[in-house]
Design a binder for this molecule. Structure first.
Ligand code: AHR
Length: 623
């Protein structure tokens, strides 16, 4: 079916001339990637598939959040936090369940509602584990997945317990047909005899992406894969820094068995379990076939606390050098061997290391010295690495950064004004990494006005991809349940059951899936202000990828001349909405989605109209 009108146009004032035979410069092969951190319940209650909330029994003023005491029938029991015993030095406390009376049908135990609910699906195997210490003969523990609405038991398993000091127990729960898929379910762990049981680190996983133990949600991984990313910037963002010096991303405490991970206070107001730790970040990269862009801690905390460069910074310099060894060292190195012990003998690829995050906030002026100290240590051992500074700095030649990380969070109007930011930027300094960017007005996820801002911005990224080596939108994720979000306007939204892509998500999928290896010569004249284009050619595929973004409320008609184009059919994907405010949501996830069509291309001048508020990506075959 032909869509759009491509007819010979004799005269019109607005022209776009693209010469697909004239490459101007290569497109950076790593241009589009992902940026991630623990924010908006991105991992706990998000990507990290572990289903139970507060599974390490942390307390606050309200007690032990998430866990309920079960006393069926005439069972008598109480539950308290015991600060004197736990399964490991990292987890030295536990929940003590004291059962004074219980029997079959009158069980006592604990329940957990998951993170804003827990989805239970038909014919699915869930894998769980817990640590327990048992006093007396409480009999077996029963694990059940139970429907909140009906009380129906959806899956059940008996786990024999032995009277002993701390031991780990595994269990598995398999469902039959589940009448309706919802988040209104919970887990119950009960016993039917009197006695005392201490519990810690109770976990439950659904099937994960690539079936990784301790792995990630399948739907979110698939959505990221569809973005065609080339890298993942990890672990933050503010999450790298922490609010205070105590809260820095101390990666050594995020690796190894879960029982040896204490977790830490994340800057976005909640505790991070570090179940998704450094190795899991790297495996996430491996699963998506992308390369990590590793940010190492540089001694600055968000509340303006500082580690002085020099002797005080030395332990952090060593931590950074060790971290790189954990990522790329072979198994004969100390930290490479540690990674092998953790289950991954093969080193990961690594080319870029970022030192710190947004150090322009450090008004003391210490960043150049902190950067230099870490850069020199990294360069000495790993001269092949490209080092990224988080703000422009003047340092000695040996410490000079290869790349500068720029961040932009803008309203749609401000983003349109920024599109040409790099067109005339100097090409003789460091390269640019736009490590965080987003057009922000929608909440929790971007609306169509934001998608137009993003698409316009991406035309600038592509046009300047000789200078801009990488770019990543932020933040990537938001759990849309009330109370889960700290930062509005996040690319992908989800709850326990499902996930959806914002209009901006679809714009990024389109841009990254249809990009060539060279920017080609292109000139436009006479177009309205809010009209933006990008033209790249894929030499291998013989395709001109043309992107047209009309962010105006008026249609834009163009006379286009595409030198080198083959006359005939071209595929077009368009993303359109009637207003800036139009959007997708968890209840209406597909209001705005790319529509595919075919259009006729002429080898000579042709007229094409881009409707108001429309993003078009056209793959034109070239000779
Ligand atoms: O993306 C949200 C936050 O914005 C990041 O953590 C921080 O680097 C920036 O200020």
């Amino acid at each position: 079916m032909m869509a759009g009108a491509w007819v010979l146009a004799a005269q019109t004032r607005v022209t776009l001339h693209v010469d697909a035979t004239k490459p101007v410069h290569p497109v950076s092969p790593m241009l589009y990637g992902l940026m991630t951190e623990e924010i908006n319940h991105s991992y706990d209650g998000g990507l990290y598939a572990q289903m139970l909330s507060n599974h390490v029994f942390r307390t606050n003023w309200a007690g032990v959040e998430s866990w309920g005491l079960i006393r069926n029938g005439n069972a008598k029991a109480s539950a308290t936090v015991d600060k004197t015993t736990g399964p490991s030095a990292a987890l030295p406390t536990s929940l003590k369940l004291t059962v004074d009376a219980a029997s079959m049908g009158n069980e006592a135990g604990l329940s957990n509602p998951g993170y804003w609910g827990m989805v239970v699906r038909s014919h699915t195997k869930y894998a769980g584990s817990f640590y327990a210490k048992v006093d007396g003969d409480v009999g077996p523990m029963t694990a059940r997945l139970v429907s909140d609405a009906t009380g129906a038991v959806l899956a059940q398993a008996m786990i024999p317990l032995h009277a002993s000091a701390w031991s780990q127990y595994n269990y598995s729960l398999e469902t039959g047909a589940v009448p309706s898929v919802s988040a209104a379910n919970h887990l119950e762990l009960t016993v039917a005899h009197a006695g005392v049981v201490w519990l810690q680190l109770v976990t439950l996983f659904p099937p994960t992406y690539h079936n990784r133990p301790n792995g990630n949600r399948v739907d979110l991984m698939e959505m990221m894969a569809a973005m065609h990313p080339k890298f993942l910037r990890l672990p933050g963002g503010n999450y790298l820094e922490g609010d205070t010096l105590n809260d820095w991303y101390n990666w050594k405490k995020t690796i190894g068995p879960l029982v040896d991970r204490p977790g830490h206070m994340a800057p976005w107001t909640y505790w991070s379990t570090d179940g998704l730790g450094l190795l899991e970040f790297l495996e996430w990269c491996e699963d998506l076939k992308v390369e990590p862009v590793l940010a190492v801690y540089a001694g600055y905390a968000l509340k303006h606390e500082l580690v002085k460069p020099g002797k005080d910074l030395e332990p952090y310099v060593q931590a950074a050098v060790d971290e790189v060894e954990y990522v790329i060292g072979d198994v004969t190195t100390k930290w490479g061997a540690e990674r092998a012990k953790d289950g991954h003998p093969a080193p990961f690829p690594l080319n870029y290391v970022e030192i710190g995050n947004e150090d322009w906030f450090d008004t003391s002026g210490s960043y150049p010295a902190r950067f230099t100290q870490i850069a020199l240590a990294l360069r000495k051992k790993y001269p092949q690495l490209k080092l990224i500074t988080t703000t422009p700095i003047k340092v000695s030649r040996e410490a000079e950064p290869d790349v500068l990380d720029d961040h932009y969070y803008k309203s749609p109007a401000a983003m349109f004004d920024l599109v040409h930011r790099y067109d005339d930027a100097p090409r003789n300094g460091e390269k640019i990494f736009v490590g965080e960017w987003a057009t922000r007005s929608g909440s929790p996820t971007p609306n169509f006005g934001d998608a137009l801002g993003d698409a316009a911005w991406m035309t600038g990224l592509e046009r300047n991809s000789d200078l801009i080596v990488m770019a990543s939108y932020a933040p990537l994720f938001v759990n849309v349940n009330p109370g889960a979000m700290q930062w509005p306007t996040d690319l992908i939204g989800y709850d326990a059951v499902k996930a959806y892509g914002s209009p901006s998500y679809y714009a990024q999928c389109l841009f990254a899936a249809h990009i060539g290896d060279a920017v080609v010569k292109s000139d436009m004249s006479g177009a309205q202000d809010r009209f933006f284009t990008s033209a790249t050619v894929s030499e291998k595929e013989h395709v001109l990828h043309l992107k047209l973004v009309n962010a105006s409320n008026h249609a834009q008609t163009l006379t286009m001349t595409l030198d080198g184009a083959k006359a005939g059919a071209a595929k077009m994907w368009s993303l359109h909405a009637a207003s800036f405010a139009a959007t997708n949501s968890i209840t209406q996830p597909e209001v705005i989605k790319p529509r595919e069509s075919t259009i006729a291309v002429s080898a000579t001048a042709m007229r094409h109209t881009v409707p108001a508020y429309t993003i078009e990506v056209i793959d034109v075959p070239v000779r």
